[in-house]
Unconditional design. Structure first.
Ligand SMILES: [Zn+2]
Length: 443
C-alpha cells in the first residue's frame, strides 16, 4: 500500500491510479520573470522525488510542468529592464534557460512536457469559449470572467466557504466583473497588442492556462496535480472550478502540496523580498548538498531555512557519500529490495506519504552495517541514487565564494572597526556567521 496526503480530503489516502500502470502528473511551473529561488527548488525536488518513486513502483508516468510566460509581473519586468513590455519574451527566454540548468544541476528529471503558455493561446481561447457556452463564464467589455455562482462546489479544495470569502469583498471601481469573487479568464488589451480573440485583443488570465494545458497534455481527468502550498488558493481552487465546470468530471484525483520554505518565520517570496536565489546558493554549495537538505525534511511540512542547518546537512551528505563511494549502484528488483530488512524499512517510509526524512534516518542508523556488507550497501545505494536522486559523488571541500552582498557586509564591518564601533562590528560578524561565513581578523 502506498499513501499520499491528498489536499482534497485533507488525509493520507491509498494511491491508486485511474488507469492501471499509468500515472499522469501535472505541476504548476514558474513565471519566468526573475531567478528561481530555493522555495521553487524545494517544490520541484519534491515532485521529482514523487516522479522517481512512481517510476520505481512500476508506473509509466507522464509528467507535465508549464511555463507561465505571459503575466503582469513579466510585462512589468520587461518594461523596467528593457523599456518595452512587448520585449517580455527576451526576459522569459533567459530565465527559462537558467532555470532548466538549475533543475539539471539539482538532478530533477525533465518533465515529458514543458509547455509554454504563449504557444497555446488558441487552445486557451477554445477552453474559455466552451465555458461561456456552458454558462460558467461571461464577457464584460472585452474581459472574460469565470462566474463563481455557476460552480456550487467552489472552495472544496482549499476548504474555504464562499459566504466567508464574500464578507467584505467588493467589486472595485474600474473592475468589470459582476461578483467580487469572479476571476479573469481573459484580460482586455489595447487594439493590436497580444492576441486576437472573439472578445477583442487581449491575453489569458493565469488560472485558465493550467486548466487548458493539463487537459490538453494529460486529459480531462488526471491522477496527481501538484504545487507549492501557496498555490492552493486561489490558483488551484480556480483550476478545479474551470476544469470541472467544463467536463463535469473530477479534475485531479490527488492534489499534492509541498510545504513552504520559510525564512525568518515568513514565507519566502519575491513580493516579501526575502528570497534566496538558487543561483546564489549554488555559488556556495554543491547542488546535491541542497537536494539532500530538502530531502531531510518531509515534503509536506513547512521548512525553515537556515545556513547552519544547511551546513549540517552538507556534513551528513558527505558522510553518506564516503560510506557508499566504493560501492556499485545495485540493479536489484523491487521485490528483492522489499525482501531485505534494511531496504524494506527504507521503502516502508516512502510508502507512507513519501517520507524521505524517515528513509534517510534508516540509512544513517545502519552506516556501520553497510561497511561490512557490500551487497546490502549496493542495494541501499540503488534506492538513494535512483529514488532520492542523490548522485553520491564525493563533494570537494571548497572555500566559500564571496558574493557582492557579503563583500558589502565585510566592508561595512571594516568601517565600523576603523571607527571603533565595536558593537556594530560584532553585530555584522554575527550576521555573517549566521549566513555561514567565519570572520577571522588579521592581527
Ligand atoms: Zn498552475
Amino acid at each position: 500500500m502506498v499513501t499520499l496526503t491528498n489536499t482534497l480530503s485533507g488525509k493520507k489516502e491509498t494511491f491508486r491510479s485511474l488507469q492501471p500502470d499509468r500515472v499522469t502528473l501535472y505541476a504548476c511551473g514558474i513565471t519566468p520573470y526573475d531567478r528561481a529561488h530555493i522555495g521553487h527548488a524545494r517544490s520541484y525536488v519534491s515532485f521529482d522525488l514523487l516522479y522517481r518513486w512512481l517510476i520505481f513502483l512500476g508506473y509509466d508516468v507522464t509528467y507535465c510542468r508549464n511555463f507561465t510566460d505571459i503575466d503582469d509581473k513579466l510585462l512589468k519586468k520587461a518594461q523596467s529592464v528593457l523599456g518595452d513590455q512587448m520585449r517580455y519574451p527576451e526576459i522569459a527566454e533567459k530565465i527559462i534557460a537558467q532555470y532548466q540548468n538549475e533543475m539539471k544541476a539539482l538532478n530533477c528529471v525533465s518533465p515529458y512536457y514543458e509547455p509554454r503558455v504563449t504557444d497555446h493561446i488558441p487552445l486557451i481561447i477554445t477552453f474559455i469559449e466552451k465555458l461561456i457556452e456552458k454558462g460558467h463564464a461571461y464577457e464584460s467589455d472585452g474581459d472574460v470572467y469565470f462566474s463563481i455562482d455557476s460552480f456550487p462546489e467552489y472552495g472544496k479544495l482549499s476548504k474555504q466557504r464562499v459566504d466567508e470569502l464574500c464578507t467584505g469583498a467588493r467589486v472595485q471601481p474600474g473592475e468589470k466583473k459582476y461578483d467580487p469573487l469572479d476571476f479573469a479568464l481573459w484580460k482586455k488589451e489595447s487594439e493590436g497588442t497580444f492576441w486576437k480573440s472573439p472578445w477583442g485583443w487581449g491575453r489569458p488570465g493565469w488560472h485558465i492556462e493550467c486548466s487548458a494545458l493539463a487537459s490538453y497534455y494529460l486529459g480531462d481527468q488526471i491522477d496527481i496535480h501538484g504545487g507549492g502550498r501557496d498555490l492552493l488558493f486561489p490558483h488551484h481552487e480556480n483550476e478545479v472550478a474551470q476544469s470541472e465546470s467544463l467536463t463535469g468530471k473530477p479534475f485531479a484525483q490527488f492534489w499534492i502540496h509541498n510545504g513552504l520554505m520559510r525564512l525568518d518565520a515568513e514565507k519566502m517570496s519575491k513580493s516579501l523580498g526575502n528570497i534566496i536565489a538558487i543561483e546564489d546558493i549554488l555559488k556556495q554549495y554543491d547542488p546535491m548538498e541542497l537536494r539532500f537538505y530538502f530531502l531531510q525534511h518531509h515534503y509536506h511540512s513547512p521548512m525553515e531555512f537556515s545556513f547552519s542547518d544547511l551546513d549540517g546537512a552538507c556534513k551528513s551528505y558527505r558522510r553518506l557519500c564516503r560510506a557508499l563511494h566504493d560501492v556499485a549502484i545495485g540493479t536489484f528488483s523491487k521485490e528483492h529490495l522489499e525482501a531485505l530488512p534494511i531496504t524494506a524499512r527504507m521503502l516502508a517510509f516512502l510508502k507512507d506519504d513519501l517520507n524521505s526524512a524517515g528513509l534517510l534516518g534508516v540509512v544513517f542508523e545502519n552506516l556501520d552495517t553497510l561497511k561490512e556488507n557490500q551487497a546490502l550497501a549496493s542495494a541501499v545505494k540503488q534506492i538513494v541514487h535512483n529514488i532520492l536522486g542523490l548522485r553520491l559523488q564525493i563533494v570537494p571541500e571548497k572555500e566559500q565564494a564571496i558574493t557582492p552582498e557579503i563583500q558589502k557586509l565585510i566592508d561595512e564591518r571594516e568601517a565600523a572597526r576603523a571607527q571603533k564601533d565595536w558593537a556594530r562590528a560584532d553585530a555584522i560578524r554575527d550576521q555573517l556567521t549566521q549566513m555561514g561565513y567565519e570572520v577571522r581578523d588579521r592581527k
